[in-house]
Design a protein around this ligand. Structure first.
Ligand SMILES: Cc1cc2nc3c(=O)[nH]c(=O)nc-3n(C[C@H](O)[C@H](O)[C@H](O)COP(=O)(O)O)c2cc1C
Length: 306
């Protein structure tokens, strides 16, 4: 019997596969494909303090091996999330990760405190790729802001904090080191890459927001590189994200140093993707003769050094 369980900051995940925030709505379109109880963890689309609308359309643009999106994170706001969505997530069975984003340090702190008090979350993920409205940059791209926000949230909650890092920086591994020094219990990487497309019929930017985030298989080698280089520098676990479409892709991330993986864009292409990734990882672990999926984590580094 293959042991698929992994541990992130003291929380045991029954398997290392979870949805990437914003790409899997448990209650809606995916119902009927497979039970979310089979997932390693469940996570909400990033929640903000107050309700907000998203960006103007078009919000999605297909690209070679991926897509650009500029959804803009519409949010029902914290109050409704705590009353309606969080209890639903909790009832599914797997560990619950709550993704939050604040516009100021105070707001981050208040969000974390409220999620902690709900007693329905196992971990908190910080979506650090949203703009810092007070100071005009994204949290994940400024060293001091990153350090301050992670430290503030860590102080505000007893729950393990996962810092979701942006690849739109010179060296994401250095930002991971900063998040670790500020007390994060894990990092997830990567969020989407900034990009844009031009609609040549209209002779204007394709997305209503002009720029968007590139995701999907096109970004996978970039994301694997991020995980590989970061694994050499930090001691906390990594959740690997970026272009995972099949179990082979997921195994790449594990070998590069990810303890768990999240599937994003592929959920829109193949609603059974996460189930297939879980099954495929189990088959691979069995085939190579390891007792546990944990034996794969970071193995490419040992091979690499020999
Ligand atoms: C439509 C869409 C919505 C997303 N919404 C969020 C979000 O609310 N919060 C967040 O942290 N990441 C969000 N992401 C980023 C994903 O969680 C993930 O980091 C990214 O898509 C890369 O993984 P992928 O290539 O497997 O899609 C979103 C991505 C997409 C495509």
């Amino acid at each position: 019997m293959i042991d698929l369980s992994v541990e992130i900051a003291g929380v045991t995940l029954p398997n290392p596969v979870l949805p990437a925030s914003g790409t899997y709505e448990v209650a809606e379109v995916h119902e009927g494909f497979f039970s979310p109880a089979e997932l390693g963890a469940v996570i909400n689309k990033t929640i903000f303090m107050n309700p907000r609308t998203g960006n103007p359309p078009p919000r999605i643009w297909e690209t070679p091996c991926g897509m650009l999106n500029a959804i803009g994170i519409p949010s029902e706001g914290l109050k409704r999330f705590l009353e309606e969505q969080l209890p639903r997530l909790r009832s599914l069975g797997p560990p619950v990760i709550v993704s939050i984003a604040g516009n100021s340090i105070e707001e981050w702190r208040d969000l974390a405190t409220a999620v902690d008090r709900s007693a329905s979350a196992d971990m908190i993920e910080l979506d650090l790729s949203c703009p810092n409205l007070e100071r005009g940059f994204i949290w994940a791209s400024d060293r001091r802001a990153l350090s301050e926000v992670v430290a503030a949230v860590v102080e505000a909650t007893a729950l393990p904090v996962i810092s979701k890092l942006s690849p739109n920086v010179t060296d994401i591994s250095e930002m991971a080191v900063i998040a670790e020094q500020a007390g994060t219990a894990a990092v997830s990487m990567v969020n989407s890459y900034l990009g844009m497309a031009i609609d040549i019929k209209k002779r204007q930017p394709a997305l209503g927001n002009i720029t968007g985030g590139l995701t999907g298989p096109a970004i996978r080698p970039l994301a694997v590189y991020s995980v590989f280089t970061t694994f050499q520098k930090i001691g906390v676990p990594i959740i690997g994200i970026g272009g995972i479409a099949t179990w082979r892709d997921a195994v790449e991330f594990l070998l590069a140093g990810a303890t768990a993986v999240a599937v994003g864009t592929q959920n829109f292409v193949n609603p059974l993707a996460m189930k297939e990734v879980i099954q495929g990882i189990a088959g691979y672990v069995e085939q190579v003769g390891f007792p546990s999926v944990r034996d794969l984590v970071g193995l490419a580094h040992r091979q690499h050094k020999q």
